[in-house]
Design a protein. Structure first.
Length: 222
């Protein structure tokens, strides 16, 4: 039986889960919800996730919320590639890097991207972005440094840590490419100019079979 994945276009959390399913070759029924129509707030959806947030996975009678837990559930549906490590040492590194993404990178990216992606940028956009930028650069610098010694964040193989981090990098890059960002001279684009290893890692993830099916549909249009 296929798992069902409820997701929203552009949600970095949901993107992780789609990437995990594609990387594992786990078949899934896709339920793309509209944020605008508040399909993640309907009584039926709230029964699955009272928080009213995507992603949600349904596997028979089992419902899983939280992107990392969903990736873990998907990982157990097929043997290869292992996204959470095979040996104790590998599992430790995957958890270490996934934690860094969740506790450091997520906030750093949201604080940077949110003001830039707001439909009507606040007057204090430049100040908000300037405040958020050092933390973002610190996090990206950590990823760049890690990738000096290995192709993926947690080691020699793709893992959940990479799939957790990638959509947040993309979110930051999308924000940096917005019209409102142009006068701010953020130095993030092209990524390879300052973060060559991160750009090469981005390319490795985008070469995954099935990657195109995970790309946020509304990003293609705008
Ligand atoms: N920690 C959760 C975060 C999920 C989340 O915040 N999803 C957002 C989409 S980017 C959402 O559905 N927000 C709707 C809301 O909170 O009302 C996870 O990792 O799955």
């Amino acid at each position: 039986m296929s798992v069902e994945i409820y997701w929203g276009s552009g949600s970095p959390y949901a993107w992780r889960v789609l990437l995990a399913a594609e990387a594992k070759g786990v078949p899934y029924v896709s339920h793309l919800l509209s944020f605008q129509a508040k399909e993640h707030k309907t009584p039926e959806f709230l029964k699955m996730n009272p928080r009213g947030a995507v992603p949600v996975l349904k596997d028979g009678d089992t419902v899983v919320t939280e992107s990392l837990a969903i990736m873990h559930h998907i990982d157990q549906k097929a043997a290869d590639p292992s996204l959470f490590g095979r040996t104790p040492a590998e599992r430790t590194r995957v958890l270490e890097w996934s934690s860094r993404v969740v506790y450091d990178m997520e906030d750093a990216v949201w604080n940077f991207a949110r003001p830039l992606l707001a439909a009507k940028p606040a007057d204090d956009l430049a100040q908000k972005v300037a405040e958020a930028r050092p933390k973002l650069e610190d996090v990206l610098g950590q990823l760049e440094a890690a990738l000096a010694s290995r192709p993926y964040l947690a080691g020699e193989a793709l893992s959940a840590a990479d799939l957790a981090a990638y959509p947040f990098l993309m979110f930051a890059l999308r924000a940096a490419g917005k019209e409102a960002a142009k006068p701010l001279d953020l130095g993030l684009l092209p990524l390879a100019a300052r973060y060559p290893r991160l750009a090469a890692w981005q390319g490795r993830i985008e070469a995954l079979p099935g990657y195109d099916r995970t790309y946020p549909p509304h990003w293609r249009a705008m």
